[in-house]
Design a protein around this ligand. Structure first.
Ligand SMILES: [Zn+2]
Length: 117
């Protein structure tokens, strides 16, 4: 019997879902993949611009989230360096992830820190 990595609930046989390499119960999975709010014009615009669905993260976005999960937050410079991403690309990924409510920025000692939502 598996348990959900998000909420810890035991998952009935055959009902586990996988997202970004994590085993999740159906509820948490649906929470994670649920669409951005329709009232957010940027997210809607972005959704239209992609051939797939907005719930599908690019490997680079998944890497960023995994890194933030591991570190609990990092500066953009650190992420760019650790993940070998160009700063301009990183800015774009953050914009997407922020609109998906996956990450947010906060200030710590005057420095910008990116952390999970
Ligand atoms: Zn769960």
């Amino acid at each position: 019997m598996k348990s959900c990595e998000q909420c810890g609930k035991t998952i009935p046989e055959g009902e586990e879902r996988e997202k970004d390499g994590r085993i999740l119960c159906e509820d948490c999975y649906i929470d994670l993949i649920s669409s951005p709010r329709a009232c957010d014009p940027w997210a809607v615009y972005n959704a239209k611009g992609l051939s797939g669905s907005v719930e599908d993260l690019t490997p680079q976005q998944a890497d960023i989230l995994a890194y933030l999960e591991k570190t609990g937050g990092a500066t953009p410079e650190e992420i760019a360096e650790q993940l070998h991403i160009q700063p301009a690309d990183l800015d774009r990924e953050f914009a997407v992830l922020r609109h998906m409510e996956k990450v947010r920025g906060r200030l710590e000692n005057g420095k910008k820190i990116i952390c999970l939502w």
